[in-house]
Write a protein that binds this ligand. Structure first.
Ligand SMILES: *Cc1c(COP(=O)(O)O)cnc(C)c1O
Length: 376
């Protein structure tokens, strides 16, 4: 069986986890956490990077940090993972869903302005498949209407938009190190990127259960106390040790994924030319990280037949997301702004193919040949 995904393993993880165990410090903010955070601050150009238990936790931190209140509205695509919405709904916000662009499956930036009301507080672009949203337009709208931008860059680690790392363009960025993403901290993990200096101090307090413990450990205050609301949003240092192994190999992982992505693209270009499928497209301003390779079939019936055919050949392919505005909670906590031209239609056509660091060349060849035979 060729799985849809396997967690990335580069080989040095155990050595670093052993070192973390030997250091006598396994909790958050140990040596490996510091290394990972500094590496990302330097490599991506973020003011402050804080490791967290998950991207879900990072999004929740962002909602706390922006003081999202009951009645506030937050704009995002409907075609995303539940955590993008939940983080803000937990604070009492209403989610306003905007249609997507079929070429990238990202939020259609030209439809955002019509969704803005006097209750709007934030825009949450999701960089689907690690391909950037049209950030210049989104940041200009945020400036015009005095809104915050929280990038859901769960899939966008190591991608860029006009040379800038995804996650560093909005006021706050959120990364995921879940095992299904390009880099993992041993299964679960995330990071919050604070890109404006004025949010850093409170971000550290919210992450440390509402205390100024981070300042205490830096020797900036002589005791730490309860200052604000907060929760426990630290990653264990044992997990940061796993992540450090992956960050050291980041270029290698990225290069291999891009090769696999290109192999698929080259193999299926003739099918796209014959109009049998649609392939993902990468806008000129974007450098992507090959987080995902998907194809778009004719409709949901053909997609079901495709997934069954692949499964019969012992290859797992998957689809996602059920658009949030169509889900029970999405109906309760959100509304769709404007016309749903593409969200439902395009999401029903999409299927994701196996693409992961440890996928072998021979297995990828098998996936390609099986797909070519499906269309033959
Ligand atoms: C994976 C993912 C998340 C959630 O990440 P976790 O680290 O599992 O919490 C959020 N948003 C998007 C777009 C994702 O792909």
């Amino acid at each position: 069986m060729i799985p849809f995904n396997a967690p990335p393993v580069v080989g040095t993880e155990l050595e670093y986890m052993q070192a973390a165990m030997n250091s006598g410090k396994l909790c958050g903010d140990g040596g490996f956490t510091r290394r990972c955070q500094q590496w990302m601050e330097q490599h991506f150009g973020s003011h402050k990077v804080l490791l967290t238990p998950s991207c879900t936790a990072s999004l929740e931190m962002a909602a706390l940090l922006l003081d999202i209140q009951p009645g506030d509205e937050v704009i995002m695509p409907s075609f995303t993972f539940v955590s993008t919405a939940n983080a803000f709904v937990l604070r009492g916000a209403k989610v306003v869903f905007v249609d997507l662009r079929p070429d990238t499956m990202n939020i259609d930036e030209t439809k955002i302005e019509a969704a803005i009301t006097d209750k709007t507080r934030a825009i949450v672009p999701v960089h689907y498949a690690g391909v950037a949203c049209e950030m210049d337009t989104i940041m200009a709208l945020a400036k015009k209407y005095n809104l915050y931008v929280v990038e859901d860059a769960a899939q966008g680690v190591m991608s860029t938009y006009k040379g800038k790392a995804l996650g560093t363009i909005g006021h706050i960025g959120c990364f995921s190190f879940h095992e299904t993403k390009n880099y993992t901290s041993g299964g679960e993990g995330g990071a919050t990127l604070i890109n404006v200096p004025e949010l850093v101090e409170r971000a550290e307090i919210i992450r440390e259960k509402g205390t100024n413990r981070s300042q205490f450990f830096r020797g900036q205050v002589d005791k730490y106390t309860w200052r604000d609301i907060g929760s426990s949003y630290l990653m264990a240092d044992l997990q940061a040790a796993y992540l450090w192994a992956q960050l050291e190999a980041a270029e290698r992982i990225n290069a291999r994924r891009l090769t696999q992505w290109q192999n698929y693209h080259d193999a299926f270009a003739p099918l796209a030319q014959r109009g049998l499928i649609d392939l993902p497209s990468i806008p000129v301003d974007c450098r992507h990280n090959a987080h995902m390779f998907y194809i778009k079939l004719k409709d949901v019936e053909q997609r079901t037949a495709f997934i069954d055919y692949m499964k019969e050949a012992e290859i797992l392919t998957v689809f996602h997301y059920i658009p949030l505005h169509e889900c029970p909670a999405g109906k309760e906590f959100g509304r769709f702004s404007g016309e749903n031209r593409f969200t439902t239609r395009e999401s029903e056509r999409l299927v994701r193919l196996p693409l992961f660091y440890n996928l072998t060349e021979v297995n990828q060849r098998t996936v390609i040949n099986t797909i070519l035979s499906f269309f033959a």
